[in-house]
Design a protein around this ligand. Structure first.
Ligand SMILES: Cc1cc2nc3c(=O)[nH]c(=O)nc-3n(C[C@H](O)[C@H](O)[C@H](O)COP(=O)(O)O)c2cc1C
Length: 418
């Protein structure tokens, strides 16, 4: 076993894997995965809300096994978390999205592939022994989206996730200041001064990358700068890596789009709406044919001054009222107790974004497998210590498992890592 493999095996928390990821990949890459929007209060708030939440612990109970199975939109999951859509995973590790779907399948759960992925969706579906969902942005416009929906259906994706919180890209300040787009692309059409500036940026980037040689070798072995291979224009060309923000702004999804999206996807497989902040949007999603919604603030990467997702779940979900919707959430999940607390509000499952990046970035299949092992061991331990033996029981007993905090301030909380 090499040093990295040993470090991955020794990781006890997802934060350990996050630190390994930050060491293995160059800052220009890892910062994309880390960043939140603006002052990053939503990013930190998502995590702090979990850290501040308390559980009870019923004593003198012991179980031979705990049962983590759940089901959501007709999918049986062996564990109550799934992979949230995370763009550009392929920059962390060769064929990163396919690696992620393989691990999700190994653990009996779902991989959600982002539209902003660099791996052909057919390869992602083929890599998993389980189900994959496709997350849709309308980058490139309606015809481009229709092509992707058709491919996703043919490749066997079993649910379509439409993200509604990205009318424009949030401002992730540090990553924007690194100006990755200014160092990429051809010199054609630039003034002399712009060419010199680009050459300097490329040089600086090259020296930064050379300090992460094992990552760099894999990156070039995997074809170098990725393209959005599932966002195909009418000439059959994939969207280049640089276009994200302008493409998102040019093709924001609206409720009016939901109708043709629903029609193209078909009624036989579920439609899920992601990025819901309020009961109004949840009801609207249901009206337009969604079977489930994901409460999410995009990991704090879009509108910054919004509540932590756990608070949205606590306050908004009961306001949805009489509904057939199933509920999930993502944002701030870092360990097993976080999952237990989230499920206690009645959710069917939770999503992991940055924990996926931590695992894949720390070391591909081995790294993400370790992240899943950590979550599984964590949740098993939390369930035994709280005194519940099934996910259904967590959902049913709900508030009985939680406790109000009488502590003030955050001096007692663990440090925020990611
Ligand atoms: C680097 C990164 C890229 C993301 N890309 C997408 C995306 O392409 N589509 C999407 O719907 N959500 C995207 N998200 C949001 C995640 O799906 C998820 O909502 C969020 O990461 C959950 O918060 P967490 O990172 O604290 O788990 C992205 C998140 C991160 C961190």
């Amino acid at each position: 076993m090499g040093r990295r493999e040993r470090e991955i095996a020794d990781a006890l928390t997802t934060a350990d894997l996050w630190k390994l990821m930050r060491r293995r990949v160059p800052p220009i890459v890892s910062e994309y995965f880390r960043g939140g929007a603006d002052g990053e209060s939503a990013l930190r708030g998502n995590v702090r809300a979990f850290q501040q939440s308390l559980t009870t612990a019923y004593g003198a109970v012991s179980y031979d096994t705990v049962d983590m199975r759940t089901s959501v939109v007709g999918h049986d999951l062996a564990v109550p978390w799934l992979i949230s859509p995370v763009g550009s995973i392929r920059t962390l590790y060769p064929m990163g999205d396919a690696v992620a779907s393989r691990v999700a399948g190994d653990f009996g759960t779902v991989m959600t592939q982002s539209t902003l992925s660099g791996t052909p969706l057919e390869d992602v579906a083929a890599a998993s022994s389980g189900a994959c969902w496709y997350q849709l942005y309308l980058c490139g416009g309606r015809d481009t989206a229709l092509r992707a929906i058709d491919r996703a259906r043919k490749a066997g994706f079993t649910a379509l996730v439409v993200t509604i919180d990205s009318a424009v890209a949030g401002l992730r300040i540090l990553h924007t200041k690194l100006k990755p787009d200014k160092a990429m692309g051809p010199y054609r059409g630039l003034t002399v001064i712009e060419r010199v500036a680009k050459a300097f940026r490329k040089l600086r980037l090259a020296s930064e990358m050379l300090r992460h040689l094992p990552w760099l070798l894999r990156y070039f072995g995997d074809g170098g700068l990725m393209e959005f291979v599932n966002v195909i224009d009418q000439r059959g060309k994939p969207m280049p890596f640089t276009d994200i923000a302008s493409q998102l702004a040019a093709s924001a999804v609206t409720w009016a789009d939901m109708e043709w999206i629903r029609e193209a996807w078909g009624d036989d497989k579920p439609l899920i709406v992601k990025g819901v902040h309020c009961a109004y949007d949840a009801r609207k999603a249901e009206e337009l044919g969604a079977s489930a919604v994901i409460w999410s603030n995009h990991g704090g990467r879009q509108q910054d001054r919004v509540p932590p997702v756990l608070h949205l779940v606590a306050h908004e979900m009961p306001l949805v009222g009489d509904t057939q919707l199933e509920f999930m959430m993502d944002g701030g999940i870092r360990n097993g107790t976080d999952i237990l607390v989230a499920l206690s509000y009645g959710l069917k499952a939770v999503g992991i974004g940055r924990v996926t990046a931590a695992g894949i970035g720390a070391g591909g299949h081995r790294g993400l497998t370790r992240a899943f092992e950590i979550l599984r061991a964590d949740l098993d331990r939390a369930m035994r210590l709280v005194g519940v033996s099934t996910v259904d029981e967590i959902r049913r007993r709900g508030a009985e498992l939680r406790r109000e905090s009488q502590l003030h301030g955050d001096g007692h909380l663990p440090p925020f890592v990611f």
